[in-house]
Design a protein around this ligand. Structure first.
Ligand SMILES: Cc1ncc(COP(=O)(O)O)c(C=O)c1O
Length: 390
């Protein structure tokens, strides 16, 4: 009966592997390397506690226009990343997830196509599916990410795609950061074909080595930049932002109203208060220091306990993308790891668009959420699971 009520495309909708992992990860006996969650110890709870009482005002529980104060803070924050913009070029959104939904809705009509990395953030795949857009995957290089030559061949062959979605810094799931050469070649290619880019920079503020500025700073008009407070403050606040021209922001504001009327007032105030009382620079450098130690701990543990895993050390973000010998199937390892060894990760196939046998022996490990002292024990458990699933 219910099936008759549903629109046809919804009938095959399934929970993403990430949503499923969210349930298993919460079990206390599991060491979790599966999700891109920030560390509980780094959620600035004490700072929030300090200001929360003074924020309990009727006006903060009301509908409200976007906070100009917060937009001004974002403009300052973006300067740190080498992107210059004005408050009028900032749209506050309900997380980066809504930002990518709004931008895609603005540019893509049903049946049109979007170019994405062959392995990408599943949240974006869901956005494209809901728009009935076609996804064109670009094959990636194992440790470098975006493959410009492959992109060029796709652009030569295909009827013009509407846009390209990519994660230039701390890629999810590949952990890659685009080099300066990749950035300049990408920009000159998309300028030649006049294809706009959605640049998802959800992890862009968490760098452990020197990195390049976002693509936005290379091509102001053609790059639609997405930022998020989820990884540098707290995901539950659900605050992200878009940087685009004022004309585009105006259209997006109208679209957004149909989605959620306004971004949570209390969350906007909470973040503004934090900016007013604390040095954001200090806050972010503390996060970088902590996540860098976690990254280094995981790298050392992988080299010791799983020497057969091939991986690059990420410069930014939360993820290590590993490749095991071709005889190992990471979907099989996943089952054994969870059921027998009580450790979780996400198999490469979770992020794959299309068919690629290479995904079978790949996996994504997040070093961010798990307490640092559990990282080496977790990697040892993973080594056992790989051995048992052979
Ligand atoms: C690449 C990427 N973009 C966007 C998001 C969603 O961010 P937000 O919590 O701001 O919606 C995530 C969350 O994991 C992500 O990995």
């Amino acid at each position: 009966m219910l099936d008759d009520f549903l629109s046809p495309w919804v009938k095959n909708l399934e929970k993403s592997d990430i949503q499923k992992a969210l349930q298993t990860t919460s079990k206390p006996d599991i060491i979790s390397f599966s999700l891109g969650r920030p560390d509980n110890q780094l959620l600035a709870l004490a700072d929030f506690k300090e200001v929360i009482d003074e924020l309990f005002l009727p006006s903060n529980l009301q509908y409200s226009p976007p906070s100009i104060e917060l937009k001004v803070h974002i403009v300052e924050l973006m300067k740190e990343r080498g992107v210059l913009c004005t408050p009028g070029e900032v749209l506050l959104t309900t997380g980066a997830q809504q930002a990518m939904t709004l931008l895609s809705k603005l540019f893509v009509n049903m049946g049109e196509s979007i170019i994405v990395d062959q392995y990408t953030y599943p949240g974006f795949i869901q956005v494209a599916q809901a728009l009935h857009a076609g996804l064109i995957p670009i094959p990636v290089c194992f440790q470098q990410g975006l493959n410009i030559k492959e992109l060029e061949s796709i652009l030569e062959l295909n009827k013009k795609p509407r846009l390209l979605y990519t994660i230039s810094e701390g890629h999810n799931p590949l952990g890659t950061s685009l080099s300066r050469e990749q950035r300049t070649e990408l920009i000159s290619l998309v300028q030649r074909y006049q294809i706009p880019i959605i640049e998802d920079d959800a992890y862009g503020f968490l760098n452990y080595e020197k990195v390049e500025p976002p693509l936005k700073s290379y091509w102001r008009e053609g790059i639609f930049y997405i930022g998020s407070f989820s990884k540098i403050f707290a995901p539950s606040l659900r605050i992200g932002w878009i940087i685009a021209s004022e004309a585009i922001i105006e259209k997006l504001e109208i679209l957004k109203e149909g989605f959620d009327i306004n971004t949570c007032t209390l969350s906007q105030k909470l973040i503004s208060c934090f900016f007013a009382k604390r040095s954001l620079k200090e806050h972010i450098s503390k996060l970088k220091e902590k996540y860098k130690s976690k990254r280094d701990t995981m790298v050392a543990a992988l080299k010791t306990h799983i020497p057969e895993m091939d991986f690059a050390i990420p410069k930014s973000g939360f993820f290590i993308w590993g490749r095991l010998p071709p005889s190992i199937n990471t979907n099989r390892v996943f089952k054994v790891a969870l059921e027998e060894e009580k450790v979780s990760f996400l198999p490469g196939s979770t992020f794959l668009i299309g068919n690629n046998r290479e995904a079978q022996n790949c996996l994504r490990l997040s070093f961010a959420f798990c307490p640092i002292e559990n990282i080496e024990p977790g990697v040892k458990r993973l080594a056992l699971a790989i051995h048992e699933s052979k």
